[in-house]
Unconditional design. Sequence first.
Lengths: 308, 255, 301
Amino acid sequence: MSLQRKKFRYLGESLIEGNIKATASLAIVVIFLILFFILRESLPIFFNPEVQQEITFRHFFSGIQWQPVSDNPRFSLWPIILGSLKVTLIALLFAVPVAVAAALYSSEFAGGRLKELIKPGVELLAGIPSVVLGFFALVVMASFLKDLFGWQIRLNAINAGLALGFAVIPAIYSLAEDAINAVPKSFREAALGLGATPWQSATKVVLPAALPGVSAAVLFGMGRAVGETMVVLMAAGNAPLFSFNPLESTRTMTATIAAELGEVVFGSGHYHALFFIGLVLFAVTFAINLASHALFEGLMTRLYGARK
Amino acid sequence: METKHNRLEIRDFSLYYHRTKALEDISMSIPEQKVTAIIGPSGCGKSTLLRSINRMNELIDGVAVEGEIRLDGEDIYGRNIDVVELRRKVGMVFQRPNPFPKSIFENVAFGVRMGENGRAKDNLDQVVESSLKEAAIWDEVKDRLHRSAMELSGGQQQRVCIARALAVEPEVILMDEPASALDPIATAKIEELIFRLKEKYTIVIVTHNMQQAARVSDFTAFLMLGKLVEFGATDRMLTNPGNKLTEEYITGRFG
Amino acid sequence: MNNKRRIGDNIRIGLTGSAVLLIAAILAVILGTIIIGGYKSLSCEFLTKPSTDGMTAGGIFPAIFGMVFSLLIMLIAVVPVGVATAIYLHEYARPGLLLTKLIRGAVNNLAGVPSIVFGLFGLGFFIQFIGGGLDHSLGQSGLFGQPCILWASLTLALMNLPMIIVATEEALRAVPQAERAGALALGATKWQTIRHVVLPQAVSGIMTGVVLTISRGAGEVAPIMFTGAAYYLPYLPKLPTDQFMTLGYHIFVMTTQSPDIDATVPIAMGATLVLLALTFSLNLVGIVIRSHTRSQLRKGR
């Protein structure tokens, strides 16, 4: 008997490990493939003379009209960038206070049983498909709000923003709750021990300590809102108007791709322009998510030192 | 070949955790079919030393070793050593009982099943029975072999874990404070068991309990701050320590 | 204790609590509206008949069929890859290694890529590059290089990969380290330890991930709009290379493209109710398994 390595066993184990490792690396490959193929379909705008006869980079930022299908096509991104910003802002104005307050309530004030209910409840909201939210906003909510406030236009940025808020509340809530829960119990005990009320402990000690994480949650929600498609496609009225008025119909970058990619002529300037919008979306959400992640990790490091 | 008496030879063995030295130049011989206790204040590296003997330390990131540990003359840190083979020869019992959430039978059969050629499967009933008997738990569990091991008491679980280790037919058994999570009665049973097991196996036991070392071991190694202070026959060492530090430790002046 | 301050505090706490109530109300209103609006449409025929008269009458069977078909392919693709990735990250990878960091970063980012970008990617990569390439080398046209169930499902699979990975990792984390050590100390190899000790205990956690992935996959529309889903098909898909109808997209099409919206809305409500019932029950199952697993964990097992 010796302790020398058994060849077959060693081989089997390294085969398995190798396979698992290769499979795990797929995630990296996929991210690069996404970037590569979105780039590949957007770059002709910069480098292909034929495409450039139709559209160049300059078109994206000149004028204020997105009219890709007309005798004199316009490709200004301003109206749809504005649309995305407008709808995202409205969604966040609505969702952030609700989600953060709910997270604070459930981790600081709610009793055991209620707490056990809130989280699954929010998860259920998260489980509503965005097409259902869009359907609800389009068929039910829009008419209701129009009648309630006497709006001129049924499908507008506020309608879409609210519905989008429904979609991002769970995202913000769950990350904010994680951040608040990550604040060590000793902080609360110290505050209460010094005679602070539970409200003071929650708002003067816990929330400030969790602030980077809560900001991360807000950014995370923002990434979601910018990237969300179906809700805005269905609820915003789909008109690429350059308007700051939240009561007019609007169109986001995501909705533009969704609405037009189906009918676009393959290889046309319009086709490449839609991929370019996708590239912008990819880059923007990438940056937002990176920042969100960094903030959250920063919070964890601040609270617990270097991560295990 | 080494002398038959010394199954395990530790020579100039050092272990680094990242850059800190956790064990320093340890040399000792662990004799066959005896119980060798490793004692010392907490954090002295006794568990680390024990886990070096079946290379369980490798599961932790940033561990590096120097020197040799020889099992029957073969350096277990040498090239092309099969840790799986090593661990089948050097069994281990942990501080807290850690049965798998499977039946008692499956727990004991686990190591056998994992062995590639092993014994024939129809032999398994017999192996399980004899291992459980050897671990002095058979009578308590023979009617419930197919019930979950998690239902047993801590002391019973620990003996099932010992049976589980025995089923693989090891030569050496490492025990990492095997009774520290147990009550006095369960502890006494484990100690009794250790006493009988040394007829067949070479046992190395880590303990923080001096009385336990005195009761069960033939030899004792006293470790402090990662260094071996003294090694010798237990009765000699506990009555007439050769080193001032040992004396201070066993008389309870620190620890 | 200052009484005034206490009252003020309680009001403020009540206000944060009302945020919870608002969330509950949103949930209730959406559910209520769709249940009330949709239950009248539900019937056996509704679930088993195709849609007729330009989607103003008939049922939703082809959409359900197509959805199940595509979700099956999605699962076949995403579960093994996701579970293997999680096993690598939790059992094999060393945390400091560059590869580990890259994989983690990639998974995080994948989770943040907008769904419509997945749709673009599916079109550019699966349909044009892979499908078109296959067609080209097989000397034919329009078999693989066009939208179909296969490409839509694979696009969905990529999109849901992070979800399976995260769920599986959580399940693996729940398996006590002491049991791995126990198995290894008995001379089990690393893979044997994973296969016989770790995975059996992680199964329920992995199932949670699978269930939630099905639920999410069922509701996603943006990634499949251009990669395989069809407005309307007069026949059921037979092969993964066929186009398909699916519930989520069907709802979208009915409400935005219908020639007679008033006739379509009740049907769309019914279809939405079916989709919602499906995703909700899947989510409930997932949440229940998860909270069960977590409470087991808290008990030490």
